[in-house]
Design a protein around this ligand. Structure first.
Ligand SMILES: *Cc1c(COP(=O)(O)O)cnc(C)c1O
Length: 234
């Protein structure tokens, strides 16, 4: 059996290469794109191997799992940047915020208010607004018009810094539809940026579609499955 640390290093190197190639094809710098390694599929020890391989941004989609990992002995002597990428319930905000560098899935004004209440002016919470670009009914996120409306009232929400937008592409329709979803997110950011200069990040693209997302301007890709290929249990 091969050494998991080696398998993870190889997977990471291959993905970084594909990210760099996709960036170059789009006339972009690879350094403009942050890879968030999604660790929700594996335990804390395995996640630590990904950090040691050089992936300092780690994403979890369930708050309890994020808490457990962040507090696990495997991370006692390390400080990865944790990203909350999934749906966050308001009653889990207070415990989650101090652990994370960025909350990707802010999908309601009530959640944004709860985040503001748990953060402080000295340490505002960095967040992304989740946009449902696909229209899939089972997906979270604001409609584009709701984001436009919210953007004009953001000063009313204290203690949070909206750094950008996040989306998940449609389940159906393949690459063509995914690319359109990603382009729609970029266009929305470009439209709102004059009003909100801090709106820079586009968190979009997962294992199956990150190259398309980079072609459309992703600044953050959230990649799980392909990082853990060849690892037992995955
Ligand atoms: C699980 C997850 C990912 C990673 O998906 P893969 O297809 O495994 O790369 C990205 N974003 C979110 C919000 C997720 O829940």
């Amino acid at each position: 059996m091969s050494d998991p640390a080696e398998v993870i290093r190889d997977n990471l190197a291959r993905i970084r290469e594909r990210i760099a190639e996709a960036a170059q094809r789009a006339g972009r710098e690879p350094s403009e794109i942050t890879l968030v390694g999604v660790s929700k599929y594996v335990d804390a020890a395995m996640t630590r191997l990904l950090l040691d391989a050089g992936c300092a941004d780690l994403g979890e989609s369930r708050p309890q799992q994020l808490w457990q990992k962040a507090e696990d002995a495997a991370f006692a002597d390390a400080e990865p940047r944790w990203h909350m990428i999934g749906h966050l319930q308001r009653n889990k905000v207070a415990r989650t915020l101090p652990l994370v560098t960025l909350t990707h899935g802010v999908d309601s004004e009530r959640l944004l208010t709860a985040i503001g209440n748990a953060a402080s002016p000295e340490q505002p919470a960095r967040v992304l607004l989740e946009v449902n670009t696909s229209g899939d009914a089972e997906k979270h996120g604001f409609a584009a018009d709701q984001v436009r409306d919210l953007a004009s009232r953001l000063e009313a929400f204290a203690n949070s810094r909206v750094c950008g937008l996040m989306t998940m592409a449609a389940r159906e329709g393949g690459e063509t539809v995914a690319r359109q979803n990603f382009a729609d997110l970029r266009d929305l950011r470009d439209e709102l940026q004059p009003q909100l200069p801090g709106l820079a990040e586009l968190s979009m693209g997962m294992s199956g579609d990150y190259e398309a997302a980079i072609a459309e301007g992703a600044t953050i890709v959230r990649i799980g499955s392909v990082l853990w290929e060849g690892i037992a249990g995955e």
